[in-house]
Design a protein around this ligand. Sequence first.
Ligand code: KG4
Ligand code: ZN
Length: 362
Amino acid sequence: MTTLTVLGIETSCDETAASVVRRYDDGRVEVLSSVINSQIAEHAPYGGVVPEIAARAHVESIDGIVARALSDAGVTWDDITGVGATAGPGLVGGVMVGLSFGKAVALARDLPLVAVNHLEGHAVSARLGADIPYPFLLLLVSGGHCQLLEVAGIGACKRLGSTIDDAAGEAFDKIAKSLGLPYPGGPELEKLAVGGEVERFPLPRALLGRKDYDFSFSGLKTAAARAAVGLTSDIDRRDLAASVQFAIARQLAERTDMAMADYRMRHEGRDLRFVVAGGVAANGAVRDRLETLCGKHGFSFHAPPLKYCTDNAAMIALAAAERLALGLSDPLDAPARPRWPLDQAAASANPTHVPGRKGAKA
Ligand code: KG4
Ligand code: ZN
């Protein structure tokens, strides 16, 4: 095996991102550059991501972003030994832009290509900051996904549970919108919630008493939207934001609590590791609650550095590097996939898990 220097490309939603990651023989990882061009300003007037605008913006900026990733890393094309591009799940117009770019680079430079599953990127993202060995229990919580997975290694994920409607980040965003906060609402809602009374507004506890590890946020979203109507005082809005954040963190913790108890039984005598990843992993209240849970069950707690919680290309480059190190790569006709579950078997067995209007991205 040799040292790998991989270019990663991410265009599955509203961030055009490129990164160069080096993976050494012994598994050590170094992020040489991570460039992210957010399209937030372009989508802001519409209160959410507009797929056509996103795809066009990716086309306009991708070559400049990749060039900057190389120059920030202090490398040239001659130093790159592989390319990884997100091939799904996500908004397919954007995915096609990044994947086509990656294919063109692979063809022109005669490099191996990895068509990366965006969720696998999130799954390895904590490994960008620390050496976290497999296996681990993973809570993947972002704008499009909310699931508990057992990660035994690259390409070996077992889904334990998933949202039956909205993702947690989607709930944060929609409730934030009801409170008049700009998109993306998660971080704005977290700011508004500071110092608020977390149990002032009683919000529903979904799926309580169920023995599986699924999530549901649509009831909470509706209740919060109703409570937001007519709230004008800063204190009321702050308390509602705090109550919402508390209720979302509580549900994430309640389901993870049960999954940890089960995982612990099945991994007796082994080191227990828990990873939370995805945009919502940036939320302090969510992290605190999950960290406490880890203490209760004897798990070590891991989360990516904040800059690698939300979408980035370093996690895509690392997922590609880990695949290349195992001798895995993809052909140049690898398709762009709007839907692409990490655990295909679980998704096929449970097709009712179709979250939100965005469809079954996960
Ligand atoms: O992982 P990500 O960048 O994109 C997807 O793959 O979906 O996650 C974005 C989501 C958005 O819903 C955003 O509101 C949420 O993560 N998010 C947060 C925070 N930072 C980002 N939610 C709550 N608190 C935060 N601090
Ligand atoms: Zn993501």
